[in-house]
Ligand binder design. Structure first.
Ligand code: DOR
Ligand code: ZN
Length: 421
């Protein structure tokens, strides 16, 4: 199909017509006569968003999400690629399992689906998975997410072994001794008052402090997932200032916007791992994202069935949705407050995640000859989030009822319209 988008404002402020034919941008003069026309006056055109941290639940928990439903939510959120975390059933810990996830993406995806491989077999932290064979399938991101690679020697070996493959270890930083399986509330006056098991900030930042030193020591590539604490931001800042380690970091939309008092309701929608933190930590991750200490926004979109959320707070499944509201949250917290401009948004949500994940054909400039992945954004539209209008199968949406930007007008993936308001 072919498409002509007229009068779009690019991230740098220039106004341009964008023509698409056969999946790539072509000179506007070369647009086929029958091309569909889209008036983008007043709209911002960004490269299609890339999420380095998505939980699709297929295979294994299709009652919570499928590749079809999860990628439909992604397209609605402006994403043209998502990296699928390997905590599936079976876990993505072999080349065959990775090939299967990629195949599901090609079959059902409303955006590109890139498998993430597990670091250890069964994600149990004991024995390295088939990293080389998965890398041979094109996998470049490895993570035991949901669980921490807590054994220092395993982390050292993973970083070392992945070096020749240009792979990156994406760490879910949670010291299992300091924050065990029951930990579910930011350790603070609130966890004490609510009687919920505490998840102290040091359980995250001490693991990251160890890991960035192992990254420097081995020369391996390291990515810290879902930073939630001011101390973690400081550690990453220190590691980057030394200039000797290949280290990147991520923050989720929920850790940018939502704070600990939400859990006072005991509403398990607000149970997430790592937990929601206090305002001083929110401020630190916002500042880290603004100054580039934190490289990317990763959604940690984590769909769960109502059945898995209908439990006492300390036993309910952790996780919240994020694909559909990620850009809205970044606009609310970062753009509308002057912390980030549109070039910054394109960088943190498309260019940098594609670079970290070595996805060379995404996060590209909107220029002639480039693959046509883009999202058109209305910078001023707002609405009240309604969890029932989600494309996701799950309803654990922590933004339900909030007045937020409602930016996505059109998503184009490889020249195909995957979402239109
Ligand atoms: O809250 C979370 N949910 N954190 C994780 O690390 C895993 C995720 C999930 O898979 O549900
Ligand atoms: Zn995680």
């Amino acid at each position: 199909m072919s498409l002509v988008i007229t009068g779009a404002t690019l991230a740098d402020g220039t106004v341009a017509d964008l023509a698409v034919a056969d999946g790539v941008f072509v000179p506007a003069a070369d647009a086929p006569a029958g091309a569909e026309r889209f008036d983008a006056a007043g709209l911002i055109a960004l490269p299609g968003l890339v999420d380095l941290h998505t939980h699709l639940r297929e295979p294994g928990h299709e009652d919570a999400e499928t590749v079809e439903s999860g990628t439909r939510a992604a397209a609605r959120g402006g994403f043209t690629a998502v990296f699928a975390m390997p905590n599936l059933d079976p876990a993505t810990d072999t080349a065959e399992a990775a090939a299967y996830v990629a195949e599901l993406g090609r079959r059902d995806g409303h955006c590109e689906v890139v498998p993430i491989g597990a670091v250890t077999k069964g994600r149990d932290g004991v024995e390295l998975a088939e990293l080389g064979l998965m890398a041979g399938q094109g996998v470049r991101v490895f993570s035991d997410d949901g669980a921490c690679v807590h054994d220092s020697l395993i982390m050292r070996r993973a970083l070392t072994y992945l070096r020749p493959f240009d792979g990156v270890v994406a760490q879910h930083a949670q010291d299992p001794r300091l924050a065990g399986p029951g930990a579910c509330c930011h350790e603070s006056e609130i966890s004490g008052r609510l009687g919920l098991p505490g998840w102290p900030t040091v359980a995250e930042s001490t693991i990251i402090a160890r890991d960035v030193q192992l990254a420097e020591f081995t020369g391996g590539r390291y990515h810290a997932c879902h930073l939630s604490t001011a101390e973690s931001v400081e550690v990453i800042r220190w590691a980057k200032a030394r200039g000797k380690a290949d280290v990147t970091a991520e923050v989720t939309p929920h850790h940018l916007l939502l704070d600990t008092p939400h859990v006072e309701s005991f509403d398990t929608t607000y149970k997430v791992n790592p937990p929601l933190r206090t305002s001083e930590h929110l401020e630190a991750v916002r500042e880290g994202l603004a100054d580039g200490t934190i490289d990317i926004v990763g959604t940690d979109h984590a769909p769960h069935t109502q059945q898995d959320k209908d439990h006492p707070f300390d036993v309910a499944s952790p996780g919240m949705l994020g694909l559909e509201e990620a850009l809205a949250v970044v606009m609310e917290v970062m753009v509308n407050t002057g912390r980030l401009d549109w070039t910054g948004v394109a960088d943190r949500m498309s260019v940098a995640p594609a670079r970290i994940g070595r996805l060379r054909h995404q996060g590209r400039p909107l220029a002639v000859g480039e693959p046509a992945h883009l999202v058109l954004v209305d910078p001023s539209r707002r609405s009240t989030v309604d969890k029932h209008r989600s494309a996701s199968k799950a309803r654990n949406n922590p933004y339900h009822g909030l007045d937020l930007p409602d930016p996505v007008e059109l998503t184009v993936w490889g020249g195909r319209i995957t979402f239109r308001r």
